[in-house]
Design a protein around this ligand. Sequence first.
Ligand code: HEC
Length: 127
Amino acid sequence: MRSSEISSGRSISTSLGTVVLLAALTTPRATFAIDQVAAQDLAQSSGCFKCHAVEKKKDGPALRDAAAKYKDDPQAEEKLIFHVTSGEKVKFDDGHEEEHKKVKTRNPNETRNLVQWILALQGGTKR
Ligand code: HEC
């Protein structure tokens, strides 16, 4: 009797642990704690939407296509943070190059939130 109580107790805690672990592993990247409104406000005030839209290509790629491009890249977040803070050179369709626009904030959390919002966009296709 006693030993079966112990073993059943143990198996409950093991399966609970498995559930928690599975939940952590299967939660898609950055679907929680993204402030969408703040992200879009920052994109707006930084002028990103002059060259980008979520759905369609303008001078820059559709943001959801950028999300698709980085879907399997574990460094996506760091790369895009660099992309929107460093002023690195980007190439336009007509061939000219210029420094990519920087986000208009010094708060790294706001920048990260914007990048996480972009990366969580669905429905894009890789270029
Ligand atoms: C003057 C036009 C312009 C503005 C303004 C602009 N971008 Fe871009 N952006 C581009 C172009 C052009 C590319 C394509 C670069 C390439 O493919 O080499 C690009 C690429 C990107 C990418 C994809 C990067 C990649 O590696 O594929 C993201 C994400 C992005 N921009 C976000 C932003 C954000 C956020 C802002 C606002 C802070 C912004 N852009 C403002 C022109 C612009």
